[in-house]
Design a protein around this ligand. Structure first.
Ligand code: SF4
Length: 184
């Protein structure tokens, strides 16, 4: 099937290892819609459809990602972050009433967190709106707070992506290392 040039630009944004599959999926959708060539519009529609990033009626969901500490990931599968996201609790409470998609959950790659910029840059191509820095990067206990936190934050913001500090701990209690559900 023939592709318009601007539709090919959309395809180029897909990582190379999944591009052949994405190409087939776009062409399938184009055929289903009775098109004889792939336009930018159908390429964008397919991208949103197959990534599950649209609400009913084609409205964009807010796209959220979480970066977390590589060291802590050795002992934590991420359950606190993921449950807080799923239940819209603690630092995800701000999205109550909004449709959201979790489009990334990754570690910083180890000190000094340089992987964050590369992966945030990839997520930017998928329209990520906000990246949360996990609470384990911000707290003093049971692990030390990340000493590269500000650099990591700035590297994400330099891409024009909003950063929220924290995932599943009560705002203002990072220094005490208190989880939201712990009693005083
Ligand atoms: S850079 Fe920070 S978040 Fe990343 S592994 Fe080191 S301490 Fe953890």
């Amino acid at each position: 099937m023939e592709w318009d040039d601007d539709a090919l630009e959309v395809l180029k944004e897909v990582p190379s290892f999944v591009r052949p599959l994405a190409k087939k999926a776009v062409e399938k959708l184009a055929r289903e819609e009775g098109l004889e060539r792939v336009t930018k519009e159908i390429a964008l529609k397919a991208k949103a459809k197959y990534l599950g990033l649209e609400e009913e009626g084609g409205k964009k969901k807010k796209r959220i990602a979480i970066v977390r500490c590589d060291i802590v990931s050795e002992v934590c599968p991420g359950i606190g972050c993921l449950l807080a996201y799923e239940n819209k609790k603690e630092l995800f409470k701000r999205y109550e009433g909004e449709e959201t998609s979790l489009v990334g959950f990754f570690t910083c790659g180890g000190c000094s967190g340089r992987r964050t910029f590369r992966l945030a840059n990839t997520l930017k191509r998928y329209g990520v709106d906000v990246i949360h820095m996990s609470s384990c990067m911000l707290m003093e206990e049971p692990f030390n707070r990340c000493i590269f936190k500000e650099d990591i934050k700035k590297s994400i913001e330099s891409l024009g992506i909003e950063v929220v500090e924290g995932t599943h701990h009560e705002v203002g209690k990072f220094a005490l290392g208190k989880r939201f559900h712990e009693k005083d």
